[in-house]
Design a protein around this ligand. Structure first.
Ligand SMILES: NC(=O)c1ccc[n+]([C@@H]2O[C@H](COP(=O)([O-])OP(=O)(O)OC[C@H]3O[C@@H](n4cnc5c(N)ncnc54)[C@H](O)[C@@H]3O)[C@@H](O)[C@H]2O)c1
Length: 286
């Protein structure tokens, strides 16, 4: 059964807008919490407030039966280290713990592919193996990645303490189809720059659908789920990319075509989610 009313934090953001729109289109009432007073947000209830503020979140949680927490500073370099870490970790604790105390039973939070630390690491590191799954060893040397790892631990605590089901979705880079075409073109010029993320990406429409599936699928506890588009951002075959740009990385299965280097079996098996949108669909070389 879909929840009747959902709180979406960070509703004015990229994933927040796409998610809010999709939930409304599926007949779910949405309370939007936004720190920017944005007149464009379409939702049943719009609250302007800070997700780290206990009073703002208490008000936003009134009458909702599930939570989608997307508010965050979404990059290491988008703020001072203290602000990035504090905003991300405090808002997640605030939203999830208050949801738990109120008896809300389902939450979805935005984790990131960066939760394993390698993509933003400033040392010369690479993933321990491909495809990247949720058990891959961490190597964290930045505050954004650390905040996402901490958020996943908060999800576990809240599930254990209050019995809230929390899905932490490990998004790769998520953008509109148009922005992804630009990202893809840039990646072709410097393939090594995206090696640590396994050349992964996800279309905004798929990100919103994954959130929806997390709200309605049958599962329980705290789960971490990796997501990816159905292919890589690159035109050439995945095996060729790995041979050329990641020769030292162990490859744990036979790679075919442009298959992604993110293991999305949990998304498929637990959430019933498969990404639909490829950046290559509308390209002449597709
Ligand atoms: N887009 C991506 O490539 C990507 C990849 C991995 C993970 N994520 C995660 O997904 C989530 C959404 O990312 P996005 O790409 O939509 O980012 P975004 O910056 O477009 O949206 C985030 C929103 O959160 C709001 N916000 C920031 N601090 C806030 C606070 N204290 N209280 C209330 N709102 C606050 C911002 O104003 C913004 O509207 C974030 O948690 C981000 O870390 C995004």
């Amino acid at each position: 059964m879909p929840p009747a009313r959902v709180l979406v934090t960070g509703a004015a953001g990229r994933i927040g807008r796409a998610t809010t729109e999709l939930l409304l289109n599926r007949g779910i009432r949405v309370t939007a919490l936004t720190i920017q007073d944005d007149q464009q947000i379409r939702a049943d209830r719009v609250l302007v407030g800070d997700a780290t503020d206990p009073a703002a979140v208490a008000e936003a949680l009134e009458g909702v039966d599930a939570v989608v927490h997307l508010a965050a500073i979404p990059h290491r370099d988008a703020g001072k280290p203290y602000d990035v870490y504090r905003t991300n970790v405090t808002s997640t604790f605030n939203v999830l713990s208050q949801a738990g105390e109120r008896g809300i039973r389902r939450a979805v939070i935005a984790s990131s592919i960066n939760a394993f630390g390698v993509p933003m690491n400033h040392h010369d590191v690479a993933p321990a193996y491909f495809p990247i799954d949720e058990e891959i060893p961490t190597d964290i040397d930045d505050w954004y990645s650390l905040s996402k790892q901490a958020d996943e631990l908060t999800a576990r605590m809240v599930a254990r303490r209050w019995g809230v089901d929390v899905a932490a979705l490990r998004f790769p880079i998520v953008e509109s189809a148009e922005a992804l075409r630009r990202i893809s073109a840039l990646a072709e010029l410097d393939p090594a720059s995206r090696m640590r993320e396994g050349w992964s990406y996800l279309d905004l429409r798929d990100a919103a659908e994954a959130v929806y599936r997390s709200l309605i699928a049958e599962w329980s506890g705290a789960i971490v789920v990796s997501l990816s588009a159905p292919d890589t951002v690159m035109a050439r075959p995945t095996a060729e990319l790995v041979r050329e740009f990641a020769p030292g990385v162990t490859v744990r299965r036979q790679l075919t075509g442009r298959e992604p280097l993110i293991d999305t079996s949990r998304a498929r098996d637990i959430l019933g989610f498969r990404s639909q949108h490829s950046v290559h669909d509308e390209r002449p070389d597709a």
